[in-house]
Design a protein around this ligand. Sequence first.
Ligand code: CA
Ligand code: CA
Length: 79
Amino acid sequence: MSAQKSPAELKSIFEKYAAKEGDPNQLSKEELKQLIQTEFPSLLKGPSSLDDLFQELDKNRDGEVSFEEFQVLVKKIAQ
Ligand SMILES: [Ca+2]
Ligand SMILES: [Ca+2]
């Protein structure tokens, strides 16, 4: 499994990637892709594709993932 990360580390990872384009407090699909591919590549080895993961995380369907929505991913990582 991927290395364990503390909540503070996860927040700083989120902020680092969310700030790349558009709203600095939201992850676009491209930003999410970069975050997962770089930090958590093991998440893409299972049956779920990046598209599936993005759909799952973007609960309010606004096309971006907020830090609150990102918590679902944090729980997956912790499993
Ligand atoms: Ca962004
Ligand atoms: Ca959203």
